[in-house]
Design a protein around this ligand. Structure first.
Ligand SMILES: [Cu+2]
Ligand SMILES: [Zn+2]
Length: 182
């Protein structure tokens, strides 16, 4: 009887642990705080899963930065959730499938290719529906980084090497790791 009770408790504990680790993997919402090294750029971004599939998210947020004329800026998810070395620590564009750099609305693109965002005055308002970024599954963007660039992403439409790898979006002016929220 004692053995039976012991076994029953053992399996119950194992079952509860398995159920908990299952829910840990689930992620429906993530956040990222973007900053620049000099402190002049800051923003908060939210990523919400939009359906039951692993991929498909709604990305919203606001970035505040020094005033400039209306300008487009490249905005991507880069591979690593690190922001050292003026955001170079974030690595290259998140590209687990070995594709070319491209526009967010084509299938041959890096998973992290979100295109351009628009600065108006001191503000960039972000409101992106993306079908390829994922919050669950093998290609999750959790623990990777958003990177805001100084220049315009050419969306891979030119014939030079840079266009097919980075979109020639220029320097990295702010970044922030994508962290699980719920
Ligand atoms: Cu980038
Ligand atoms: Zn890219």
């Amino acid at each position: 009887m004692k053995i039976f009770l012991f076994c029953a408790i053992f399996f119950l504990v194992a079952f509860v642990n398995a159920a908990q680790s299952g829910t840990e993997k689930e992620c429906t919402e993530a956040t990222a705080v973007l900053t620049s090294k000099d402190g002049t750029v800051s923003g908060t971004i939210r990523v919400k899963k939009t359906g039951t599939e692993d991929c498909g998210v709604h990305i919203t947020g606001t970035i505040y930065m020094p005033e400039s004329e209306y300008k487009k800026r490249g905005f991507h998810i880069h591979e690593k959730g690190a922001k050292g070395d003026n955001c170079l620590a974030a690595g290259g564009h998140y590209n687990p499938e070995g594709k070319q750099h491209g526009s967010p609305d084509v299938s041959n693109r890096h998973k992290g290719d979100l295109g351009n965002v628009e600065q108006n005055g001191k503000t960039i308002t972000i409101d992106i529906h993306d079908s390829q970024a994922c919050l669950t599954g093998p290609y999750s963007v959790l623990d990777r980084s958003f990177v805001l660039h100084d220049g315009i992403d050419d969306l891979g439409r030119n014939n030079d090497e840079g266009s097919k790898t980075t979109g020639n979006a220029g320097g990295r002016i702010a970044c922030g790791p994508i962290i699980k929220a719920f």
